[in-house]
Design a protein around this ligand. Sequence first.
Ligand code: ATR
Length: 275
Amino acid sequence: MIGIRGTTRLAGVIGWPVAHSRSPLLHNFWCARHGVDGAYVPLPVRPGALETALRGLAGAGFRGVNLTIPHKEAAFSVVDRVSDVARRAGAVNTLVFHEGGEIEGTCTDGIGLLADLRAHGVEVTGRTLVLGAGGAARAVAAALLDMGGEVVLANRTRARAGGLCEALGGGSVVEWDGWERALGGFDLLINTTSLGMGGEGGAFDLSAASDGLIVSDIVYVPLRTPLLAAAEARGLKGVNGLGMLAHQARIGFEAWFGVMPEVDAEVMALLTASL
Ligand code: ATR
């Protein structure tokens, strides 16, 4: 990293907790690679202190921040202006602090996932089964619908999936008990739930899937989730969540530091080695 001095542009990631975030590693790597006079720091902020922190950072000259758990939805109502994508997602993960104090928010999670899938040669306009109906599912489903894809949701709490379809004005719902049996008609399966996070839970039966099904898991700790292990055992192509992390970060980096960075093998190796 280039040393911090008076001219250095500052950005960071706000979370609670935040120590696990790989975003500082990624953004500071890009700063060094592109010779950007910038620095990106982890910012632990308690849920109740979000607005104070955002206004303070904007006032202190930060260019902007990323937001991670649990702030993405709360921040949506704190910021002054949101993009159409963020409005659809009901959440923001990337904020730009404008001169004069205005805070603008967007959500790059859905775009990041689709960009990563495309980088893996995956068609995202077919039929997709999304597991989950939380904030991550909403961002992903909104992006898929915007691409003209067909989206079906399966969630443990069915009503939440129904509510999400209503909010998005599209998609349909299948029962949580039985999503594996329904796999036959899908091109893409995306897990957005915490099932399998930390390696817990989930013995999945993907025998009903068509041979061309692509399986994507946005969880990246562990990199090989139980769902991806099941996909591999069934001979299906799997895509882990690290690429989504890298791709969603590009938009913020460009907004704060003025360069659109690339996601390449070196970036992926850096992130993989950090796990
Ligand atoms: P995020 O913003 O990361 O999506 P969230 O809003 O808390 O987080 O959503 C978590 C998702 O994981 C939900 O779809 C949740 O299902 P419920 O709506 O029924 O709570 C799902 N989830 C979490 N733990 C689960 C488990 N053990 N089994 C099945 N689904 C689970």
